[in-house]
Ligand binder design. Structure first.
Ligand code: ADP
Length: 734
């Protein structure tokens, strides 16, 4: 037993025996960590130490071409670990620019106000369990004995196992699975389900698509592992817009997403804000920004600048759609290296919203020691970008069979390192869970519109679920920051290795296999149609335990699977987060007036009907003004979404119009209360109509709500969401 082991074990024992602040679940997790010898072996920092001279490709010396140069070194390698997001919409790489120093006194380095940060901490129980199960290697089966008795009580766990034994295996169509195939096959084998590798004439229970819901458009039943519209929603610009709407309403709750501007449309705004903003008077920290092409992945086309002027060259010539974002310049480092976290999240259903988080994730390390951005190092991709696909091309990349060392490790091994240094990892987990739930709450409104367009209620169609890849950065102060969400996270469980000069082979990657097979297998377990039905008859706290029981097909040999690596976080934490679902309520109105014809845009008549049915017009707000509002907002959004083919008012435009109406009616309230008050008005009117009560128009200014809050915001001009001064919306990250 190493000294390190003993020290940590003693610390943990002390924590446990002191009792206070250490919940049983945390103690459970600690137990699991301590019991796992592998994670106790401290990652050898030397193994990922830099070899600057020999391995630094030309990239480091030729800043403008860095990312491109790196990526061209080995064409075949570029496919490795690719998040297959936005397939078919891949952007050309933009040559990285070496920016010049901005003359702004930006304050991106300001530490987060500790008090504010603590106030935001949610009391989430159960996070301690997140790492449980990690010691169980995927597929390790534990024998159990099934009773002989033929009488079956479905509420009896053992009897339920017997029923499961007799059922036909679940069928999975893997024809379109693409690079997930290997992990999927392993999972299906472990579950003893039936795979249909080239599809099946009759319907399957589950369809596994590699890219999109539309990989196969002929599915009318069963469950598909992709939601319509997810790829679109997770493109960098749309994600930014969705989060920004939430930041409008809940600035503090959504301050986990770095300040971002959409290019080219907000170039002027970005430029002005950077020049004008005194960044709280701290001139010592010059801001750095990261430019990310919309729909890009694997670090393609990403570059850093310190002066908006450097961006103009590119934006001017290409007018490339991208997001420019505040660069988090004080990330948490391990072994002097920047790293990020890839967490797998299952959206099991949109209605009702069900979210699961994988207890284990991946940490991807840079391959060159981190230095805060300076004019000299802006182009050092191996220092600033954590993408596996980039760093694997560095001579410093360490492939390791251990889960706790090398350039790609399990997230639990990182947490373990942090715990041993006294970090409150329970709080880190709780903040991450909260970030994940809030992000999905921001995405759900638009996803519901896509869903209804593709699978209208009452029409035959499959239901959907999806595994998402959350990329999260921990700041030095341990605050998690959302970098992006991948609709198609790489599920590859092997990596390419040069076995002899010039000869590459795919070899198994134990870290990837450990994490990804568990995620796919347990997603399947949760989606098992029979399991779903039988589990719902148990209380929620028992469902997780029971899902470790034999599943359909797995019982033949009397084996059980490892306990679930996916942990339900929603609806489990509904109470803490339901107040954030305001935009979803606006979406319910939108969908109601949209009808079910498969379109996603509201026409002028639909908008008028909404106003009329909710009794929002009166002598001061005529129907003519309503039409002008419709045209104004719709036109503005059409210019912002040049590629959109459909005419009419989309959800985002509707939300903006709704905000405007709310501001008009409830002038003196903060925006959030204005919006909720208007929602109450609309919902009450529609409910009355549902009951056959025609109701009456409400007064222009509902003073009852105004009175509730003594101080409020002054009435605001009609600003589109995207053009509102961002500096006023939410505080800087640091
Ligand atoms: P891609 O989809 O191309 O991988 P990401 O948004 O994930 O784009 O960014 C690539 C990498 O750049 C991330 O893995 C992270 O290391 C780094 N990065 C991205 N955004 C920021 C940021 N705002 N601050 C610091 N580093 C960032």
């Amino acid at each position: 037993m190493s000294d390190h082991y003993v020290k940590v074990k003693v610390q943990l024992e002390q924590m446990k025996s002191s009792g206070e602040g250490v919940e049983k679940e945390e103690a459970d997790m600690i137990e699991v960590l301590v019991a796992s010898p592998e994670v106790l072996v401290a990652s050898p920092p030397a193994s990922v130490s830099p070899v600057p001279a020999s391995c630094t490709p030309a990239a480091q010396r030729e800043p403008p071409k860095t990312s491109v140069t790196c990526r061209n070194q080995s064409k075949s390698r570029r496919k490795l670990g690719k998040d297959e997001k936005n397939t078919g919409t891949k952007q050309d790489s933009v040559p990285a620019l070496q920016g010049t120093i901005v003359a702004s006194n930006a304050n991106l380095g300001k530490p987060v106000n500790r008090k504010d940060h603590e106030q935001q901490t949610l009391q989430i129980k159960g996070t301690g369990k997140m790492l449980q199960g990690k010691t169980e290697t995927n597929g390790n089966a534990v024998p159990i004995h099934l009773p002989e008795d033929n009488k079956v009580d479905p509420h009896n766990k053992e009897d339920a196992n017997k029923v499961a034994k007799r059922r036909k295996p679940v069928t999975v169509d893997t024809f379109k699975a693409k690079t997930s195939l290997e992990a999927l096959k392993l999972s299906i084998r472990q579950l003893k389900w039936k795979e249909f590798p080239v599809g099946r004439r009759s319907a399957c229970d589950i369809y596994w698509h590699g890219v999109s819901f539309h990989d196969n458009d002929n599915i009318i039943s069963g469950q598909v592992n992709k939601f319509p519209g997810m790829i679109e929603m997770l493109r960098k610009i749309n994600l930014t817009r969705a989060v920004r709407t939430m930041q409008e309403l809940f600035p503090e709750e959504y301050n986990f997403y770095p300040r971002s501007w959409i290019l080219p449309e907000e170039y002027q705004l970005f430029s002005t804000q950077v020049q004008d903003n005194n960044w709280d008077g701290d001139v010592s920290q010059k801001p750095t920004f990261i430019i990310k092409p919309d729909g890009g992945s694997q670090g393609d086309g990403i570059y850093l600048i310190r002066d908006p002027g450097d961006l103009r060259v590119i934006a001017g010539s290409h007018t490339k759609q991208s997001v420019v974002q505040e660069y988090i310049h004080k990330p948490l480092l391990i072994d002097k290296l920047k790293f990020d976290i890839r967490l797998y999240v299952l959206v099991k259903s949109l209605e009702p919203l069900e979210i699961y988080i994988a207890k284990e994730g991946l940490s991807r390390f840079c391959t060159e020691p981190y230095q805060e951005p300076s004019q000299k190092n802006l182009s050092h991709v191996f220092m600033h970008l954590t993408n596996y696909s980039l760093n694997v091309q560095s001579g410093n990349f360490v492939h390791s069979d251990s889960l706790s060392s090398g350039s790609k490790r399990t997230f639990s091994s990182v947490l373990y390192r942090l715990a041993s240094k006294g970090v409150d990892i329970k709080k880190v987990w709780s903040d991450i869970i909260s970030l994940v739930i809030k992000t999905i709450i921001a995405l759900v409104p638009e996803l519901k519109v896509y869903y209804q367009a593709d699978i209208p209620p009452g029409k035959p169609g499959p239901t959907c679920f999806q595994i998402l890849g959350f990329d999260i950065l921990l700041m030095k102060n341990l605050k998690p920051v959302l970098l992006e969400v991948n609709a198609n996270p790489s599920m590859r469980i092997e990596h390419e290795q040069e076995v002899s000069p010039g000869v590459f082979e795919y070899v198994p990657s134990p870290v990837d296999e450990e994490v990804k097979v568990g995620v796919i297998r347990d997603t399947l377990r949760l989606m098992d149609p029979a399991q779903k039905k039988s589990l719902t008859s148990y209380p929620e706290h028992q469902q997780e335990e029971l899902s470790g029981s034999p599943v359909r097909g797995a019982g033949e040999e009397g084996r059980v699977l490892p306990s679930m690596c996916l942990k339900q976080v929603f609806p489990k934490y509904t109470k803490q987060f339901s107040y954030l679902r305001t935009v979803e309520r606006i979406t319910a109105l939108f969908l109601r007036f949209l009808g079910v014809k498969g379109n996603m845009r509201l026409g002028p008549t639909g908008f008028r009907t909404f106003i009329r049915n909710c009794k929002l017009s009166n002598s001061h707000f005529s129907m003519a003004t309503v039409d002008i509002l419709y045209i104004d907002v719709t036109r503005r959004w059409a210019s912002m979404l040049p590629g959109s083919r459909e005419a009419g008012m989309g959800l985002q435009a509707f939300v903006e119009a709704f905000f405007y109406l709310a501001q008009r009616r409830f002038k003196s309230l903060p925006l959030r209360e204005q919006v909720v008050s208007l929602l109450e008005v609309c919902e009450a009117q529609l409910e009355n109509q549902g009951r056959g009560d025609p109701g009456g128009a409400l007064p222009e200014d509902s003073t009852s709500s105004t009175r509730r809050s003594g101080k409020g915001h002054p009435p605001r001009p009609f600003y589109p969401i995207t053009n509102r001064p961002l500096a006023q919306q939410y505080p800087p990250m640091h």
